[in-house]
Design a protein around this ligand. Structure first.
Ligand code: PRP
Ligand code: URA
Length: 210
């Protein structure tokens, strides 16, 4: 971890990221593996969820056992590609609420355009985990974080599978209060704002639209 940025080095995460970088990885495998990576990352990202002791009865006796405390988690995918990570996180915390932030990058200006936003009402009481497989210039993540903050969220984490140094720089400067998790920090952006070596357009690869 460097400052508030964590890059995962678990061999399973690294291996699975290598699988989806391959241009010959088809839509079905791509979608499946994105979900698996989200679960593996989520396991680590959620290691500081608060617990409290609750009394239960085992078949042997009463016992005080740790359970996740109070209002828990809201997963907020940035549409479209973030949707690919939601089920992987929900497999760990099935009771989490899900919000949506619809955002696409204008291909000319690379500026994010917002088209749909809906969050759980009690967002201020939840840990908010914003997910998007790609953090490139950082414009989309920044806009999503600003929106979630404006809606009252106090504890926010951001997770991407592949990040560019440019996006990390933007987020750490603009949102020093947020923890950022990446499966891999890649080399750089190209002139069109795509990550190198990257994996191409994550939304198109998850949904098979190109
Ligand atoms: C991709 C990706 C991020 C964004 C990252 O989405 O899923 O949301 O680009 O780029 P940035 O850091 O420069 O903002 P895209 O705009 O292609 O939309 P899509 O998911 O609907 O395909
Ligand atoms: N969005 C993507 O889907 N891929 C990139 O490399 C950059 C932005």
């Amino acid at each position: 971890m460097k400052g508030n940025v964590t890059e995962f080095t678990h061999p399973l995460i690294m291996h699975k990221i290598s699988l989806i970088r391959d241009k010959n990885c088809g839509t079905r495998e791509f979608r499946t593996v994105i979900g698996e990576i989200a679960t593996l990352m989520g396991y680590e990202i959620l290691r500081d969820l608060e617990t409290e002791l609750v009394e239960i009865e085992t078949p042997m006796e009463k016992a005080m056992v740790p359970m996740i405390k109070g209002k828990k988690l809201a997963v907020v995918p940035i549409l479209r590609a973030g949707l690919g990570m939601v089920d992987g996180i929900l497999s760990l915390v099935p009771t989490a609420k899900v919000g949506h932030v619809g955002m696409y990058r204008d291909e000319e200006t690379l500026q994010p355009k917002e088209y749909y936003c809906k969050l759980p009402e009690d967002i201020d009481q939840r840990l908010v985990l914003i997910v998007d497989p790609m953090l490139a210039t950082g414009g989309s993540a920044d806009a999503a974080i600003e929106f979630v903050k404006k809606q009252g969220a106090k504890q926010i984490k951001f997770a991407s599978i592949i990040a560019a140094p440019e996006g990390i720089k933007m987020l750490t400067e603009k949102h020093p209060d947020i923890q950022i998790y990446c499966g891999s920090i890649d080399r750089q952006l190209n002139e069109n704002g795509y990550i190198l070596p990257g994996l191409g357009d994550a939304g198109d690869r998850i949904f098979g639209t190109k």
